[in-house]
Ligand binder design. Structure first.
Ligand SMILES: [Zn+2]
Length: 88
């Protein structure tokens, strides 16, 4: 049996898993993980359906889209070709 080989593979797998976990952690940290019942920005009630659809949601649709617009304005330079999805 190629024990050395499978060890290398396991190490590589572990590295991949660690990177993936770090990415997931970073992502899960951006929203709070806990959905708010009312918009943090304007205090409007957030519908339960929206809270379920977007775990960690903190803003109403309106504030969220405002926020995303300002975020996209910053990241737009890095992501080309993503513009069409905004035009729905
Ligand atoms: Zn709001």
């Amino acid at each position: 049996m190629a024990v050395g080989w499978s060890r290398d593979g396991a190490v590589q797998e572990q590295i991949d898993a660690t990177v993936e976990a770090a990415v997931q952690l970073a992502r899960s940290r951006l929203p709070d993980g806990e959905s708010l019942t009312h918009c943090e920005e304007c205090g409007v009630g957030i519908p339960e359906a929206r809270r379920k659809a977007m775990p960690g949601v903190r803003y109403c649709v309106r504030c969220q889209s405002d926020l995303e617009k300002s975020q996209k304005a910053v990241t737009l330079y890095n992501r080309s070709g993503n513009k069409d999805s905004q035009l729905k």
